[in-house]
Each structure stands twice: as structure tokens, then as C-alpha cells.
Design a protein around this ligand. Structure first.
Ligand code: HEC
Length: 174
């Protein structure tokens, strides 16, 4: 008799539970969750910006610019001094793009030891330093990540930098 009572109670419980079945089909709620997570990840990216990895190419005319500076110990030392003041905070002590400011930028700081970087002409490198890159998003300082240096540096100083930053791939220690 007690057993029968238990069976009835159990059945009643099952009926009650089935009554509270969710009205949405399971598929719908799964999509709902995916969409929610997607939205969450997007709003997260709003704070931890995805880096802009699009390629930056100098105009073809830049290849015709002639580098007037000889590469020797003296000119490389001059280049190194200008680099320390203006470039090292982003491009890093070893020119590999790991300067202290790099992580806070919207774009990836170029690694000067990379073979793609070295495939360019001196003129193209000069042009990029002089003109900078206009970015879609400004950085925390309200500036482009790679700013134009033509107003801050003399042409000769930019050529000294061109020669110097090409040496990161061959020299071990700076
Ligand atoms: C505030 C950070 C910052 C500073 C300071 C900075 N750069 Fe950059 N630089 C970048 C970033 C970021 C890029 C990558 C831009 C891109 O490709 O979108 C870059 C790219 C370059 C490139 C182009 C490389 C390539 O192959 O496309 C050259 C050359 C360069 N920098 C030289 C310099 C020199 C020389 C200085 C100092 C006078 C300097 N940069 C200072 C952030 C910086």
C-alpha cells in the first residue's frame, strides 16, 4: 500500500515537471547562447582592441629616393642615438617590436629583424618614417600608432635611422 502511494506521488511529480517544460525548442536556446557570447566577446574587444594587421605599402615612387648616407660605425652610432630617443619605446631595444608602449597600441609594431621588412628599398623605409601611417583608430594619445616624423626630424636624420634599423637583423646586442 505504501509502495503504491509512492508510485502515485512519483508520477504526480513527473507530470508537474513535464508541465514546466521550456516552451522554446532546445535548438533555439543554444543559438541564443551563442549569440549572447558573441555579443559579450565583441563588447570585450571594445576594451582590448583587436590589432590592425593590414599590410602597409609605400608608394612605388618612394623606391627612387636615394640614400645619401654611408653606412659606417659613426653614422650607425648617430642613428642609434636618434632611435633611442624617438623609436625605442615602441620598436624596442632589439628592434623586434617589443618596446614598452607596444602592447597599448592598436596595431602590431613592426619587427625590424623580419625578412619582409628587409625586402623593402631604403626609399620605402624612409618614406614610411617621414609620412607615418594614418590609422583607422587613433591610440590612447589620440595619435596614429606610427606617426609621421618629417616635422620632428631632418631628412638626414631619417636616412641615419633607415641605415640603423636595418642592422637589427645582423647585430645581436644593442
Ligand atoms: C608610438 C609607437 C611608435 C613609435 C614611437 C615609432 N613607431 Fe614605427 N611603427 C609603429 C607601428 C605600430 C608600426 C606598424 C605600422 C603598421 O604596419 O601598421 C610601425 C612601423 C614602422 C615602419 C614600417 C615598417 C614596415 O615594413 O612597414 C618603420 C620603418 C618604422 N616604424 C620606423 C620607426 C622609426 C625610425 C621610429 C623613430 C623615429 C619609429 N618607427 C617610431 C609604432 C611606432
Amino acid at each position: 500500500m505504501k509502495q503504491l502511494k509512492n508510485i502515485i506521488l512519483f508520477s504526480a511529480l513527473v507530470v508537474v515537471c513535464l508541465g514546466f517544460k521550456p516552451t522554446k525548442s532546445p535548438n533555439q536556446s543554444i543559438f541564443g547562447n551563442i549569440e549572447k557570447e558573441y555579443r559579450l566577446s565583441k563588447s570585450f574587444n571594445f576594451y582590448s582592441q583587436e590589432k590592425d594587421t593590414s599590410k602597409w605599402v609605400a608608394p612605388a615612387e618612394a623606391d627612387n629616393l636615394k640614400n645619401p648616407i654611408d653606412v659606417n660605425e659613426e653614422t650607425l652610432t648617430e642613428g642609434s642615438n636618434i632611435y633611442k630617443i624617438n623609436c625605442r619605446s615602441c620598436h624596442g631595444r632589439k628592434g623586434d617590436g617589443t618596446g614598452v608602449e607596444a602592447a597599448d597600441l592598436n596595431s602590431i609594431v613592426t619587427d625590424f629583424t623580419n625578412s619582409d621588412f628587409l625586402k623593402q628599398t631604403d626609399g620605402a623605409i624612409f618614406w614610411k618614417i617621414a609620412e607615418g601611417r594614418i590609422m583607422k583608430e587613433k591610440n590612447a594619445q589620440g595619435k596614429d600608432d606610427m606617426e609621421a616624423f618629417k616635422d620632428d626630424l631632418e631628412e638626414e636624420e631619417i636616412w641615419l635611422l633607415v641605415n640603423y634599423i636595418k642592422t637589427f637583423s645582423i647585430e645581436e646586442d644593442k
